[in-house]
Design a protein around this ligand. Structure first.
Ligand SMILES: [Zn+2]
Ligand SMILES: [Zn+2]
Length: 127
């Protein structure tokens, strides 16, 4: 599964809150394992670590990291097309899980500090 041409996770990169802008086409979206949310997975554009963020459809008492109110109560099952449009406007944060150097104690996510927008879902052949 590893692509030898892809850059590998840069563990030596120091934490920095850096806005990487829009990074289209690198991110996959899939229903979460319990069917109540969407998991966005991909590679951090800064440290190249694998990152996955789960967005849950709102349900009382199910507060988790990644909970986003915009999914709250709209519909019982994920709608990847519709949610994809919403996700396109949602800022993603690196959650590669590697405690990069200088990671603040209060950092919301364990990663390199990068944030980005995933943009619209990739349409076949779109640049
Ligand atoms: Zn990162
Ligand atoms: Zn990383």
């Amino acid at each position: 599964m590893a692509d030898p041409s892809a850059p590998s996770h840069d563990f030596d990169l120091a934490y920095a809150e850096e806005d990487m802008g829009q990074v289209p086409g690198l991110f996959g979206r899939a229903p979460s394992s319990d069917g109540h949310g969407i998991v966005v997975t991909g590679e951090c554009p800064r440290c190249h670590g694998r990152t996955a963020t789960e967005y849950r459809h709102g349900a009382p008492g199910m507060g988790t990291k990644g909970l986003r109110s915009w999914l709250a109560g709209r519909q019982p099952a994920p709608d990847l097309a519709r949610d994809g449009e919403l996700l396109a406007r949602e800022t993603q944060f690196c959650e590669c899980g590697h405690p990069h150097a200088n990671l603040p104690q209060d950092a919301p996510f364990t990663g390199c500090g990068a944030s980005w927008l995933i943009g619209e879902p990739a349409q076949g052949g779109a640049a």
